[in-house]
Design a protein around this ligand. Structure first.
Ligand SMILES: NC(=O)c1ccc[n+]([C@@H]2O[C@H](COP(=O)([O-])OP(=O)(O)OC[C@H]3O[C@@H](n4cnc5c(N)ncnc54)[C@H](O)[C@@H]3O)[C@@H](O)[C@H]2O)c1
Ligand SMILES: O=C(O)C(=O)C[C@@H](O)[C@H](O)[C@H](O)COP(=O)(O)O
Ligand SMILES: [Zn+2]
Length: 365
Protein backbone atom coordinates (compact mmCIF):
# COMPACT_ATOMS: atom_id res chain seq x y z
CA UNK A 1 0.00 0.00 0.00
CA UNK A 2 1.18 3.49 -0.78
CA UNK A 3 2.02 6.03 1.91
CA UNK A 4 3.18 8.66 -0.58
CA UNK A 5 1.29 11.55 -2.06
CA UNK A 6 -0.31 9.73 -4.97
CA UNK A 7 -3.76 8.23 -4.66
CA UNK A 8 -4.20 4.66 -3.51
CA UNK A 9 -6.92 2.68 -5.26
CA UNK A 10 -8.91 0.05 -3.41
CA UNK A 11 -11.23 -1.92 -5.70
CA UNK A 12 -14.64 -3.02 -4.46
CA UNK A 13 -16.64 -5.77 -6.15
CA UNK A 14 -15.59 -8.15 -8.90
CA UNK A 15 -14.40 -7.20 -12.36
CA UNK A 16 -17.12 -7.53 -14.95
CA UNK A 17 -19.92 -7.69 -12.37
CA UNK A 18 -22.36 -4.90 -11.50
CA UNK A 19 -21.43 -2.91 -8.41
CA UNK A 20 -17.68 -2.85 -9.18
CA UNK A 21 -16.07 0.50 -8.28
CA UNK A 22 -12.90 2.04 -6.92
CA UNK A 23 -12.23 3.85 -3.67
CA UNK A 24 -9.50 6.44 -4.18
CA UNK A 25 -7.53 7.59 -1.13
CA UNK A 26 -5.16 10.56 -1.19
CA UNK A 27 -4.80 14.28 -0.67
CA UNK A 28 -6.38 16.80 -3.02
CA UNK A 29 -8.63 14.39 -4.92
CA UNK A 30 -11.65 16.63 -5.39
CA UNK A 31 -10.48 17.58 -8.88
CA UNK A 32 -11.19 13.96 -9.90
CA UNK A 33 -14.95 14.35 -9.40
CA UNK A 34 -15.85 15.16 -13.03
CA UNK A 35 -13.97 12.05 -14.18
CA UNK A 36 -15.48 9.92 -11.40
CA UNK A 37 -19.00 10.86 -12.47
CA UNK A 38 -18.43 8.97 -15.70
CA UNK A 39 -19.72 9.51 -19.18
CA UNK A 40 -23.28 10.47 -20.00
CA UNK A 41 -24.04 12.42 -16.83
CA UNK A 42 -25.54 15.90 -17.37
CA UNK A 43 -27.15 17.12 -14.16
CA UNK A 44 -25.47 16.61 -10.78
CA UNK A 45 -27.28 16.90 -7.43
CA UNK A 46 -24.60 17.72 -4.85
CA UNK A 47 -25.79 17.07 -1.28
CA UNK A 48 -23.74 18.63 1.54
CA UNK A 49 -23.99 19.98 5.12
CA UNK A 50 -23.56 23.65 6.01
CA UNK A 51 -19.99 23.03 7.25
CA UNK A 52 -18.99 22.21 3.65
CA UNK A 53 -20.87 24.99 1.89
CA UNK A 54 -17.79 26.65 0.47
CA UNK A 55 -16.29 23.33 -0.75
CA UNK A 56 -19.64 22.48 -2.32
CA UNK A 57 -19.79 25.81 -4.12
CA UNK A 58 -16.22 25.36 -5.40
CA UNK A 59 -17.15 21.89 -6.66
CA UNK A 60 -20.30 23.25 -8.27
CA UNK A 61 -18.28 25.86 -10.14
CA UNK A 62 -15.72 23.27 -11.23
CA UNK A 63 -18.47 20.94 -12.46
CA UNK A 64 -20.04 23.80 -14.39
CA UNK A 65 -16.71 24.51 -16.07
CA UNK A 66 -16.61 20.85 -17.13
CA UNK A 67 -20.01 21.18 -18.82
CA UNK A 68 -22.20 19.60 -16.11
CA UNK A 69 -25.39 21.22 -14.80
CA UNK A 70 -24.89 21.07 -11.03
CA UNK A 71 -27.47 21.78 -8.32
CA UNK A 72 -26.40 22.00 -4.67
CA UNK A 73 -28.59 20.94 -1.75
CA UNK A 74 -27.61 22.01 1.74
CA UNK A 75 -29.05 19.58 4.28
CA UNK A 76 -29.25 19.69 8.10
CA UNK A 77 -26.22 18.71 10.10
CA UNK A 78 -25.38 15.17 11.24
CA UNK A 79 -28.35 12.84 11.95
CA UNK A 80 -30.68 15.74 11.15
CA UNK A 81 -29.97 14.89 7.50
CA UNK A 82 -31.19 11.30 7.82
CA UNK A 83 -34.92 11.99 8.05
CA UNK A 84 -37.84 11.26 5.80
CA UNK A 85 -38.57 15.00 5.58
CA UNK A 86 -35.09 15.80 4.24
CA UNK A 87 -35.32 12.84 1.88
CA UNK A 88 -38.67 14.06 0.56
CA UNK A 89 -37.19 17.54 0.11
CA UNK A 90 -34.43 16.05 -2.07
CA UNK A 91 -36.96 14.10 -4.17
CA UNK A 92 -38.88 17.35 -4.66
CA UNK A 93 -35.78 19.15 -5.93
CA UNK A 94 -34.91 16.31 -8.30
CA UNK A 95 -38.46 16.29 -9.64
CA UNK A 96 -38.52 20.03 -10.22
CA UNK A 97 -35.12 19.90 -11.92
CA UNK A 98 -36.21 17.02 -14.15
CA UNK A 99 -33.48 14.61 -13.08
CA UNK A 100 -33.24 11.55 -15.30
CA UNK A 101 -31.50 8.21 -15.00
CA UNK A 102 -28.44 9.54 -16.78
CA UNK A 103 -27.94 12.22 -14.12
CA UNK A 104 -26.09 11.65 -10.85
CA UNK A 105 -26.08 12.36 -7.12
CA UNK A 106 -22.96 13.35 -5.18
CA UNK A 107 -22.74 12.95 -1.40
CA UNK A 108 -20.20 15.43 -0.01
CA UNK A 109 -19.93 15.17 3.77
CA UNK A 110 -19.79 12.78 6.67
CA UNK A 111 -21.55 9.45 6.97
CA UNK A 112 -24.90 11.10 7.61
CA UNK A 113 -24.79 12.87 4.25
CA UNK A 114 -23.39 9.90 2.32
CA UNK A 115 -26.12 7.66 3.83
CA UNK A 116 -28.78 10.19 2.79
CA UNK A 117 -27.34 10.90 -0.65
CA UNK A 118 -26.95 7.19 -1.30
CA UNK A 119 -30.57 6.59 -0.38
CA UNK A 120 -31.74 9.49 -2.55
CA UNK A 121 -29.84 7.84 -5.42
CA UNK A 122 -31.21 4.38 -4.59
CA UNK A 123 -34.80 5.58 -4.63
CA UNK A 124 -34.95 8.30 -7.31
CA UNK A 125 -36.36 6.72 -10.48
CA UNK A 126 -35.60 3.38 -8.71
CA UNK A 127 -31.89 4.03 -8.87
CA UNK A 128 -29.49 6.58 -10.32
CA UNK A 129 -25.68 6.77 -10.00
CA UNK A 130 -24.07 8.20 -6.87
CA UNK A 131 -20.47 9.27 -6.29
CA UNK A 132 -19.51 9.52 -2.65
CA UNK A 133 -17.05 12.18 -1.46
CA UNK A 134 -16.66 11.50 2.27
CA UNK A 135 -15.14 14.32 4.30
CA UNK A 136 -14.98 12.68 7.73
CA UNK A 137 -12.73 9.85 8.83
CA UNK A 138 -15.78 7.71 9.51
CA UNK A 139 -17.21 8.44 6.10
CA UNK A 140 -13.95 7.46 4.40
CA UNK A 141 -13.27 4.23 6.25
CA UNK A 142 -16.82 2.97 6.48
CA UNK A 143 -19.99 4.87 5.58
CA UNK A 144 -19.22 5.86 1.98
CA UNK A 145 -17.93 2.40 1.08
CA UNK A 146 -20.12 -0.65 0.62
CA UNK A 147 -23.42 0.69 -0.64
CA UNK A 148 -25.43 0.61 2.60
CA UNK A 149 -27.66 3.68 2.46
CA UNK A 150 -30.55 4.84 4.59
CA UNK A 151 -32.30 7.08 7.05
CA UNK A 152 -33.52 6.82 10.64
CA UNK A 153 -37.12 6.63 11.85
CA UNK A 154 -38.56 7.54 15.25
CA UNK A 155 -38.30 3.85 16.15
CA UNK A 156 -34.61 3.47 15.43
CA UNK A 157 -31.39 3.84 13.54
CA UNK A 158 -31.17 3.13 9.79
CA UNK A 159 -34.50 1.31 9.82
CA UNK A 160 -35.24 2.34 6.22
CA UNK A 161 -32.66 1.96 3.50
CA UNK A 162 -31.31 0.12 0.50
CA UNK A 163 -28.13 -1.46 -0.80
CA UNK A 164 -26.99 0.79 -3.62
CA UNK A 165 -23.26 0.72 -4.45
CA UNK A 166 -21.68 4.01 -5.52
CA UNK A 167 -20.05 4.58 -8.88
CA UNK A 168 -16.87 5.79 -7.14
CA UNK A 169 -15.64 6.98 -3.74
CA UNK A 170 -13.15 9.85 -3.40
CA UNK A 171 -11.47 10.00 0.02
CA UNK A 172 -9.66 13.33 0.07
CA UNK A 173 -7.58 13.20 3.24
CA UNK A 174 -7.04 16.98 3.08
CA UNK A 175 -10.71 17.38 4.08
CA UNK A 176 -9.85 16.00 7.52
CA UNK A 177 -7.86 19.14 8.36
CA UNK A 178 -11.05 21.03 9.22
CA UNK A 179 -12.77 18.14 10.98
CA UNK A 180 -13.32 18.74 14.72
CA UNK A 181 -11.17 16.48 16.89
CA UNK A 182 -14.24 14.84 18.49
CA UNK A 183 -15.45 13.75 15.04
CA UNK A 184 -12.00 12.46 14.12
CA UNK A 185 -11.88 10.36 17.30
CA UNK A 186 -15.40 9.10 16.69
CA UNK A 187 -14.33 8.01 13.21
CA UNK A 188 -11.38 6.17 14.68
CA UNK A 189 -13.88 3.91 16.49
CA UNK A 190 -14.77 2.34 13.12
CA UNK A 191 -11.07 2.09 12.24
CA UNK A 192 -10.30 0.07 15.36
CA UNK A 193 -13.50 -1.93 14.78
CA UNK A 194 -11.98 -3.00 11.47
CA UNK A 195 -8.83 -3.90 13.40
CA UNK A 196 -10.63 -6.07 15.93
CA UNK A 197 -12.71 -7.92 13.36
CA UNK A 198 -10.19 -8.39 10.57
CA UNK A 199 -6.77 -6.73 10.67
CA UNK A 200 -4.61 -6.76 13.78
CA UNK A 201 -2.03 -4.51 12.09
CA UNK A 202 -4.55 -1.68 12.52
CA UNK A 203 -4.54 -2.22 16.27
CA UNK A 204 -0.75 -2.52 16.40
CA UNK A 205 -0.36 0.70 14.44
CA UNK A 206 -2.82 2.55 16.64
CA UNK A 207 -1.44 1.22 19.92
CA UNK A 208 2.17 2.00 18.94
CA UNK A 209 1.41 5.73 18.94
CA UNK A 210 -2.24 6.80 19.36
CA UNK A 211 -1.38 10.51 18.96
CA UNK A 212 0.44 9.92 15.66
CA UNK A 213 -2.48 7.81 14.46
CA UNK A 214 -4.73 10.84 14.92
CA UNK A 215 -2.45 13.23 13.01
CA UNK A 216 -4.40 13.96 9.84
CA UNK A 217 -1.24 14.78 7.88
CA UNK A 218 0.70 11.78 9.12
CA UNK A 219 1.49 8.53 7.30
CA UNK A 220 -0.07 6.45 10.07
CA UNK A 221 -3.55 7.88 9.53
CA UNK A 222 -3.31 7.29 5.79
CA UNK A 223 -2.30 3.68 6.34
CA UNK A 224 -5.14 3.24 8.83
CA UNK A 225 -7.61 4.59 6.26
CA UNK A 226 -6.20 2.33 3.54
CA UNK A 227 -6.30 -0.76 5.74
CA UNK A 228 -9.83 -0.05 7.01
CA UNK A 229 -11.15 0.53 3.50
CA UNK A 230 -9.45 -2.69 2.41
CA UNK A 231 -11.21 -4.61 5.20
CA UNK A 232 -14.57 -3.16 4.24
CA UNK A 233 -13.96 -3.74 0.54
CA UNK A 234 -13.14 -7.42 1.13
CA UNK A 235 -16.25 -7.97 3.21
CA UNK A 236 -18.77 -6.21 0.97
CA UNK A 237 -17.29 -7.76 -2.16
CA UNK A 238 -18.12 -11.18 -0.71
CA UNK A 239 -21.46 -10.25 0.85
CA UNK A 240 -22.98 -6.99 -0.39
CA UNK A 241 -26.47 -7.67 0.96
CA UNK A 242 -25.50 -8.96 4.40
CA UNK A 243 -26.53 -12.55 3.91
CA UNK A 244 -23.95 -13.50 6.56
CA UNK A 245 -20.32 -12.35 6.50
CA UNK A 246 -21.15 -8.64 6.31
CA UNK A 247 -22.64 -8.82 9.82
CA UNK A 248 -19.09 -8.71 11.20
CA UNK A 249 -19.05 -4.99 10.30
CA UNK A 250 -21.80 -4.61 12.88
CA UNK A 251 -19.48 -5.42 15.81
CA UNK A 252 -20.40 -2.94 18.56
CA UNK A 253 -23.47 -1.69 16.73
CA UNK A 254 -26.30 -3.59 18.45
CA UNK A 255 -25.77 -1.77 21.74
CA UNK A 256 -24.31 1.29 19.95
CA UNK A 257 -27.37 1.90 17.80
CA UNK A 258 -29.58 1.43 20.88
CA UNK A 259 -27.59 4.13 22.70
CA UNK A 260 -27.94 6.47 19.72
CA UNK A 261 -31.69 6.02 19.70
CA UNK A 262 -32.11 6.33 23.46
CA UNK A 263 -30.01 9.52 23.30
CA UNK A 264 -32.26 10.83 20.51
CA UNK A 265 -29.23 10.80 18.16
CA UNK A 266 -27.38 13.26 20.41
CA UNK A 267 -24.29 11.00 20.55
CA UNK A 268 -21.89 10.68 17.65
CA UNK A 269 -22.19 7.31 15.92
CA UNK A 270 -18.55 6.45 16.64
CA UNK A 271 -18.97 7.30 20.32
CA UNK A 272 -21.93 4.95 20.58
CA UNK A 273 -20.06 2.23 18.67
CA UNK A 274 -17.14 2.62 21.11
CA UNK A 275 -19.23 1.76 24.16
CA UNK A 276 -21.05 -0.79 22.01
CA UNK A 277 -17.78 -2.61 21.33
CA UNK A 278 -17.05 -2.71 25.07
CA UNK A 279 -20.57 -4.07 25.66
CA UNK A 280 -20.15 -6.73 22.93
CA UNK A 281 -16.75 -7.68 24.34
CA UNK A 282 -18.18 -8.13 27.84
CA UNK A 283 -21.16 -10.06 26.48
CA UNK A 284 -18.83 -12.27 24.47
CA UNK A 285 -16.82 -12.97 27.63
CA UNK A 286 -19.97 -13.85 29.59
CA UNK A 287 -20.93 -16.23 26.78
CA UNK A 288 -17.51 -17.90 26.94
CA UNK A 289 -16.38 -16.60 23.54
CA UNK A 290 -14.21 -13.52 24.13
CA UNK A 291 -11.01 -14.04 26.13
CA UNK A 292 -10.67 -11.63 29.11
CA UNK A 293 -7.40 -10.20 27.77
CA UNK A 294 -9.20 -9.24 24.55
CA UNK A 295 -11.93 -7.49 26.54
CA UNK A 296 -9.14 -5.55 28.25
CA UNK A 297 -7.64 -4.66 24.84
CA UNK A 298 -10.97 -3.34 23.58
CA UNK A 299 -11.32 -1.23 26.74
CA UNK A 300 -7.75 0.02 26.44
CA UNK A 301 -8.06 1.08 22.77
CA UNK A 302 -11.37 2.84 23.45
CA UNK A 303 -9.76 4.56 26.45
CA UNK A 304 -6.76 5.74 24.39
CA UNK A 305 -9.19 7.28 21.92
CA UNK A 306 -10.93 9.21 24.70
CA UNK A 307 -14.21 7.62 23.61
CA UNK A 308 -16.89 6.41 26.01
CA UNK A 309 -16.53 2.93 27.49
CA UNK A 310 -19.44 3.46 29.89
CA UNK A 311 -23.09 4.45 29.68
CA UNK A 312 -25.66 5.59 32.22
CA UNK A 313 -27.19 2.86 34.37
CA UNK A 314 -30.87 3.81 34.27
CA UNK A 315 -31.78 3.07 30.64
CA UNK A 316 -31.98 -0.71 30.47
CA UNK A 317 -35.66 -1.18 29.40
CA UNK A 318 -35.29 1.39 26.60
CA UNK A 319 -31.98 -0.08 25.43
CA UNK A 320 -33.39 -3.60 25.44
CA UNK A 321 -36.41 -2.47 23.41
CA UNK A 322 -34.14 -0.71 20.91
CA UNK A 323 -31.88 -3.77 20.58
CA UNK A 324 -35.05 -5.78 19.92
CA UNK A 325 -35.43 -3.83 16.68
CA UNK A 326 -31.90 -4.49 15.43
CA UNK A 327 -31.72 -5.61 11.81
CA UNK A 328 -29.63 -8.66 12.71
CA UNK A 329 -32.46 -10.12 14.80
CA UNK A 330 -34.51 -12.98 13.42
CA UNK A 331 -38.00 -13.40 14.89
CA UNK A 332 -37.65 -13.12 18.66
CA UNK A 333 -33.95 -14.03 18.61
CA UNK A 334 -31.54 -11.21 19.31
CA UNK A 335 -28.18 -11.68 17.56
CA UNK A 336 -24.83 -10.15 18.41
CA UNK A 337 -21.45 -10.04 16.75
CA UNK A 338 -18.76 -11.13 19.22
CA UNK A 339 -15.01 -11.65 19.09
CA UNK A 340 -13.50 -15.10 19.58
CA UNK A 341 -10.13 -13.48 19.00
CA UNK A 342 -8.67 -10.61 16.98
CA UNK A 343 -9.80 -11.23 13.41
CA UNK A 344 -11.99 -14.12 14.56
CA UNK A 345 -15.62 -13.15 14.78
CA UNK A 346 -18.72 -15.19 15.51
CA UNK A 347 -22.43 -14.71 15.88
CA UNK A 348 -24.01 -14.98 19.32
CA UNK A 349 -27.62 -16.07 18.88
CA UNK A 350 -30.11 -15.44 21.67
CA UNK A 351 -27.93 -14.61 24.68
CA UNK A 352 -29.89 -15.03 27.92
CA UNK A 353 -31.65 -12.00 29.45
CA UNK A 354 -29.31 -12.35 32.43
CA UNK A 355 -26.21 -12.18 30.19
CA UNK A 356 -27.58 -9.16 28.34
CA UNK A 357 -28.27 -7.32 31.57
CA UNK A 358 -25.01 -8.31 33.24
CA UNK A 359 -23.05 -6.99 30.26
CA UNK A 360 -25.00 -3.74 30.67
CA UNK A 361 -24.04 -3.59 34.34
CA UNK A 362 -20.40 -3.96 33.30
CA UNK A 363 -20.57 -0.86 31.09
CA UNK A 364 -22.53 1.36 33.45
CA UNK A 365 -20.89 4.14 35.40
N1 LIG B 1 -23.61 3.24 5.41
C1 LIG B 1 -22.69 2.73 6.18
O1 LIG B 1 -22.11 1.68 5.89
C2 LIG B 1 -22.30 3.45 7.43
C3 LIG B 1 -21.16 3.05 8.12
C4 LIG B 1 -20.82 3.74 9.27
C5 LIG B 1 -21.58 4.82 9.70
N2 LIG B 1 -22.66 5.20 8.98
C6 LIG B 1 -23.44 6.37 9.39
O2 LIG B 1 -22.59 7.51 9.33
C7 LIG B 1 -23.09 8.50 10.22
C8 LIG B 1 -21.95 9.09 11.02
O3 LIG B 1 -21.03 9.69 10.13
P1 LIG B 1 -19.93 10.73 10.64
O4 LIG B 1 -19.25 10.24 11.83
O5 LIG B 1 -19.14 11.08 9.45
O6 LIG B 1 -20.81 11.93 11.16
P2 LIG B 1 -21.57 13.14 10.41
O7 LIG B 1 -21.90 12.82 9.03
O8 LIG B 1 -22.66 13.52 11.34
O9 LIG B 1 -20.44 14.28 10.40
C9 LIG B 1 -19.91 14.72 11.63
C10 LIG B 1 -19.83 16.25 11.66
O10 LIG B 1 -18.75 16.69 10.88
C11 LIG B 1 -19.17 17.73 9.97
N3 LIG B 1 -18.23 17.65 8.88
C12 LIG B 1 -18.18 16.73 7.90
N4 LIG B 1 -17.06 16.87 7.20
C13 LIG B 1 -16.38 17.91 7.71
C14 LIG B 1 -15.14 18.51 7.43
N5 LIG B 1 -14.33 18.04 6.48
N6 LIG B 1 -14.77 19.58 8.18
C15 LIG B 1 -15.56 20.04 9.18
N7 LIG B 1 -16.73 19.48 9.52
C16 LIG B 1 -17.13 18.43 8.80
C17 LIG B 1 -20.61 17.40 9.72
O11 LIG B 1 -21.33 18.50 9.24
C18 LIG B 1 -21.06 16.94 11.11
O12 LIG B 1 -21.34 18.03 11.93
C19 LIG B 1 -24.14 7.83 11.05
O13 LIG B 1 -25.40 8.22 10.60
C20 LIG B 1 -23.92 6.37 10.81
O14 LIG B 1 -25.09 5.61 10.97
C21 LIG B 1 -23.04 4.54 7.86
O1 LIG C 1 -21.49 -1.62 6.31
C1 LIG C 1 -21.98 -2.34 7.18
O2 LIG C 1 -22.55 -3.40 6.91
C2 LIG C 1 -21.91 -1.94 8.60
O3 LIG C 1 -22.51 -2.58 9.45
C3 LIG C 1 -21.06 -0.77 8.93
C4 LIG C 1 -21.51 -0.01 10.16
O4 LIG C 1 -20.38 0.66 10.66
C5 LIG C 1 -22.56 1.04 9.85
O5 LIG C 1 -22.79 1.83 10.99
C6 LIG C 1 -23.86 0.56 9.27
O6 LIG C 1 -24.63 1.65 8.82
C7 LIG C 1 -24.70 -0.19 10.24
O7 LIG C 1 -25.64 -0.89 9.52
P1 LIG C 1 -27.04 -1.36 10.07
O8 LIG C 1 -27.46 -2.36 9.06
O9 LIG C 1 -26.83 -1.95 11.43
O10 LIG C 1 -27.90 -0.17 10.13
ZN1 LIG D 1 -20.97 2.11 12.12
Amino acid sequence: MSTGTTATTVPVGRDGEPGRYDVLIGSGLLGLLPQALGGGVRRVFLVHPRALRSTAHDLRDALQEHGFRPLTAEVPDAEGAKTVEVLAGCWGELGRAGFTRSDAIVGLGGGAVTDLAGFVAATWLRGVPVVQVPTTLLGMVDAAVGGKTGINTAEGKNLVGAFHPPRAVLCDLAALRTLPSADLRAGMAEVVKAGFIADEAILDLFEADPAAALDVDGPQLRELVERSVAVKARVVTDDLREAGLREILNFGHTFGHAVEQVEHFGWRHGEAVAVGMVYAAELGRLAGRTPPELVARVRSVVGHLGLPSTYRGDRWPALLAAMGRDKKNRGDTVRFVVLDGVGRVSRLEGPTPEQLEEAYTLVTL
